[in-house]
Design a protein around this ligand. Structure first.
Ligand SMILES: Nc1ncnc2c1ncn2[C@@H]1O[C@H](COP(=O)(O)OP(=O)(O)O)[C@@H](O)[C@H]1O
Ligand SMILES: [Mg+2]
Length: 251
């Protein structure tokens, strides 16, 4: 244990603190939230290793606009997937302009994705973080860069995605991402994903925004809608597109 704590690439996530923030945790209580994410992850896991779906293990969580719950849902989904036996998960903090994955997990890191994209001498292994959640590895967003979002659509990013998909074919790689209608890079990134989870804030995101966002990701064959902050019974809403899931407001 002491050895681990001294490892610069190891982070201890405070699970109690996560639970207090309504984030599900391995060995946590069987909350409504845990149950909902179990249902959300199931089709994603089924598709991830379906040979008919190209790069099915690359899953991006996105939305039309900021503040709809992308990061909150990504972190919950990551926790839920990490609980699966025999499944390893790489969580990529790719919303580089507003990095909050690590903040939500209560950990910090200097280097990450942006550094990898700019420094050819750096390897993924140099910046990946291991955690006390055994199946979870994290790629932080890295040091702020003024062209951060542009880098997401760079050739270096595409090569990195290919490298990750090939190097870790048995892993789920889950990306938190910028909002589709705010940066063009999010849709470029989306075109390389096997699956997309589109977060829609219930009764808030305007329908034209949802439609426009969906049109930007139509190159991805597997798109699910996650209706976030629903006040009604989960699963009640369905957009008639992809598959629908509901997820309640947890306050
Ligand atoms: N289902 C939910 N229940 C409670 N709070 C939520 C839920 N979804 C999102 N939030 C909160 O709403 C705010 C915005 O969510 P966030 O995930 O940061 O949005 P985004 O990543 O899309 O910009 C955060 O404070 C987050 O904790
Ligand atoms: Mg976010």
């Amino acid at each position: 244990m002491q050895e681990k704590l001294q490892d610069p690439k190891y982070r201890e996530i405070n699970l109690e603190a996560l639970r207090a923030r309504h984030i599900i945790t391995p060995h946590g209580e069987n909350t409504r939230s845990a149950e909902e994410f179990r249902m959300i992850k199931r089709p994603l896991l089924d598709n991830a290793f379906d040979p008919a779906i190209r790069n099915g293990n690359l899953i991006m969580v996105t939305s039309a606009l900021p503040g709809e719950g992308k990061t909150f849902c990504t972190v919950n989904l990551a926790m839920s997937i990490a609980m699966e036996l025999n499944r390893t998960l790489l969580l990529v903090a790719a919303d580089v302009s507003k990095p909050s994955v690590l903040r939500k997990l209560g950990i910090t890191a200097d280097r990450g994705l942006l550094d990898l994209l700019q420094d050819r001498d750096l390897n993924p292994a140099d910046v990946l973080l291991k955690t006390n959640i055994e199946n979870l590895t994290i790629l932080p967003s890295g040091r702020h860069h003024k062209k951060a979002t542009e880098l997401l659509a760079s050739q270096a990013m595409m090569s990195l995605l290919q490298e990750m998909a090939q190097r870790y074919p048995d892993r789920i790689i889950l990306f938190d991402s910028p909002p589709l209608l705010v940066t063009t890079e999010a849709s470029v990134l989306a075109s390389h994903m096997g699956q997309i989870v589109m977060v829609v804030e219930a009764e808030k995101t305007p329908q034209p925004a949802v439609r426009e966002a969906l049109s930007l990701i139509d190159s991805c064959e597997v798109v699910g809608i996650l209706l976030n902050k629903t006040t009604s019974i989960p699963g009640g809403s369905y957009y008639g597109y992809g598959y629908g899931y509901g997820y309640g407001q947890h306050t």
